[in-house]
Design a binder for this molecule. Structure first.
Ligand SMILES: *Cc1c(COP(=O)(O)O)cnc(C)c1O
Length: 354
């Protein structure tokens, strides 16, 4: 076999990104919106998708979709948008375009795993900077990392995954200014649940990009992410974008759903209200600490995360055990906020699994 001679040693040593089989489970591990679309919308969408020309390659820069996204998502005048097959692909494009000798990616830890994975795939040094004990940015450490790696890409998830909190705006502003010869990407995947955004402030900072996705809003299946920023940056990233990366069904579906954003916004509002109820329910369980969340998930600490996670699986409840991800997350579980019925079932199973 020549596999060993052809494939990179680091890839040979790595394992595939784990996505557990969720069939038969109450699925609360991936921050999906639990609500589907209303029947009336589904019927109209089906017709819209039936009319899509499947025989044609997608438009590489779909003007109508880009304009609708800019308008509905408050992209400031003068800023451009670049689309990705999920924001995961945008993170990969940024890695591919920036992988110079000596390049570095800096991100707080614990954080979103794709920043580190995409860096490793591209041969870029990844610099993970631990958060403080209360999950805020360790400013001296972040500033030190930025100073030590000129020209680095800095990722700040706002809110952060898996901790669920928003970083302080003043801290972010300090970092964006300190990274003047680098690039800062604010990842707003959970913006629908946070009610806060850096999007309007884009024009203030020439080295800032704001990245979003429709995944957590309720369209994880269509794979559409977008990044907003100046043409100077996005024109460069566009060069490494696979030419037809956003398929015709995704484009048509996204355009349709942006005309009915009120439906998804209402679902997000319901999930925010449900998040508060669920947090109170779980906090009342013995030995459970619930961390404040601005996202559609809760991070909870239990006495024994491995034991509780195993028992929840036996109860057919799928959540994420993040207890081994980072020392700050010892005995922590991350669970998606679902429907009231799902949350009640999960809380009951959790109580039985402590
Ligand atoms: C879920 C998530 C994403 C992934 O978004 P996709 O558009 O589904 O690829 C990006 N960033 C953070 C912080 C996330 O939690």
């Amino acid at each position: 076999m020549s596999v060993d001679q052809v494939i990179r040693p680091d890839v040979l040593a790595m394992s595939t990104y784990p996505v557990p089989d969720a069939s038969g489970f109450l699925k609360l591990d991936a921050m999906e919106n639990p609500y589907g679309l209303p029947e009336a919308l589904r019927t109209v969408l089906a017709q819209r998708l039936a009319d899509v020309a499947l025989n044609r390659y997608p438009a590489p820069r779909p003007q109508a979709l880009l304009e609708k996204l800019s308008r509905t998502m408050g992209v400031p005048a003068g800023a451009k948008l670049l689309l990705g097959n999920g924001s995961d692909e945008i993170i990969s494009m940024i890695a591919m375009a920036t992988a110079r000798p000596g390049a570095a990616v800096i991100a707080p830890m614990p954080g979103f795993v794709m920043y580190e994975m995409s860096s490793r795939f591209a041969g870029i040094e990844f610099v993970g900077v631990p958060l403080t004990a209360d999950f805020s940015l360790d400013m001296p450490a972040m500033l030190g990392a930025i100073a030590a790696h000129p020209g680095a890409v800095v990722y700040l998830a706002y809110p952060n995954n898996p901790t669920g909190n928003l970083f302080a705006d003043a801290d972010i502003e300090t970092l964006v200014r300190a990274a003047g010869n680098g690039l800062v990407v604010i990842d707003e995947a959970y913006q629908p649940f946070a009610g806060k955004t850096w999007m309007p402030r884009l024009p203030e900072f020439p080295n800032l990009l704001v990245m979003r996705t429709v995944s957590k809003l309720g369209l994880a299946g269509i794979r559409l992410g977008y990044v907003a920023g100046s043409a100077e940056w996005l024109d460069q990233l566009d060069k490494v974008r696979p030419p037809y990366n956003v398929n015709v069904l995704t484009q048509a579906c996204a355009e349709f759903m942006l005309d009915h954003l009120d439906v998804l916004d209402a679902q997000a509002a319901e999930l925010r209200a449900e998040r508060a109820r669920l947090a109170a329910t779980l906090a009342a369980l013995p030995g459970v600490t619930v961390f404040a969340s601005d996202a559609n998930f809760l991070l909870v600490r239990v006495p024994d995360a491995d034991k509780t996670h195993t028992s929840l699986l036996a109860h057919k409840v799928l959540i994420k055990n993040v207890g081994k991800m980072h020392v700050l997350l010892a005995n922590c579980l991350r669970l998606t906020v679902g429907t009231p019925t799902e949350n009640a079932a999960m809380a009951k199973a959790l109580a039985a699994s402590l």
